[in-house]
Every structure is written in structure tokens, then in C-alpha cells.
Ligand binder design. Structure first.
Ligand code: NI
Length: 142
């Protein structure tokens, strides 16, 4: 039987404000209104998003750190926040082009964007709070 080892992790939280519209151009206006309701509002609507990125592993013996949280913060600002903050997610954001930018789609694209730029195997979880109560999470499959 596989024994599960305790996992040590650290999390950095960043925030951004953005607007979006949930709309599938392949469906009729009536179907879009039925499926997405208020989120289909023609001119969009906004959220104050909270993004939490968790990296795991063993602390470096020399520093006691899994990763420098200040560097992780700078990395997340440069890679994610500048791309999405005060933007319209449907129109302005290259990594969301052609998608329906639900919380689960956004979190999945952010995972893809940052995973390949972090040291291999470090990324454990990316969590996006669209509201206080609506949360999407992508986790490592290990
Ligand atoms: Ni929304």
C-alpha cells in the first residue's frame, strides 16, 4: 500500500479586478441567457478576484524556504496580474482568447501559464476566488 507522506507547502495570495461575460457564440442569445443568466449580461460585469498559488516541497537547508515568497509574489505579478488586472477577460487577455472565461477556465489557463515557468514539480495548487463563495481549484495530479 502506498503511504502518503505529509506535504509541506506555502501559498501566495494576489488580487486583481477584471470584467468578463459568459457567452458561447455558438449558441443562440436565448440559450446563452438560459445557461448563463445574469453572467450573460451583454456588456459584462466585474469581479474582485483572489488568486492563491501554492508550491510545495522540502525547505532548502541553506534558507529554510521552499521558495522565496517575495520572488513568488513578483513572479505572479509579472506573469498573471499585469495581464488581467483592470482588463476585460474576453477581449483583452491573450491567454484567455477564444474561451468562455469561467472561474474554472481562468484557473486552468493560469496553471498552464505559470507551471512551465516554475521549478519542475513545485506547483501544487492554483485556487481562484471569483466571489467569496464561488471558488475554482486546479491541483497537481500527483
Ligand atoms: Ni462573473
Amino acid at each position: 500500500m502506498e503511504t502518503r507522506k505529509p506535504m509541506l507547502s506555502i501559498t501566495r495570495r494576489v488580487r486583481f479586478a477584471a470584467s468578463h461575460r459568459l457567452h458561447n457564440p455558438e449558441l443562440s442569445d436565448e440559450e446563452n441567457a438560459r445557461i448563463f443568466g445574469r453572467c450573460n449580461n451583454p456588456n459584462g460585469h466585474g469581479h474582485n478576484y483572489v488568486l492563491e498559488v501554492t508550491v510545495g516541497g522540502e525547505p532548502d537547508p541553506q534558507t529554510g524556504m521552499i521558495m522565496d515568497l517575495g520572488k513568488l509574489k513578483d513572479f505572479l505579478y509579472e506573469t498573471v496580474v499585469v495581464e488581467v488586472d483592470h482588463k476585460h477577460l474576453n477581449a483583452d487577455v491573450e491567454f484567455l482568447r477564444g474561451t468562455i472565461p469561467t472561474a474554472e477556465v481562468i484557473v486552468s489557463r493560469i496553471w498552464d501559464l505559470i507551471e512551465r515557468k516554475l521549478p519542475a514539480g513545485k506547483l501544487l495548487e492554483v485556487k481562484l476566488y471569483e466571489t467569496e463563495n464561488n471558488i475554482a481549484t486546479r491541483t497537481s495530479s500527483r
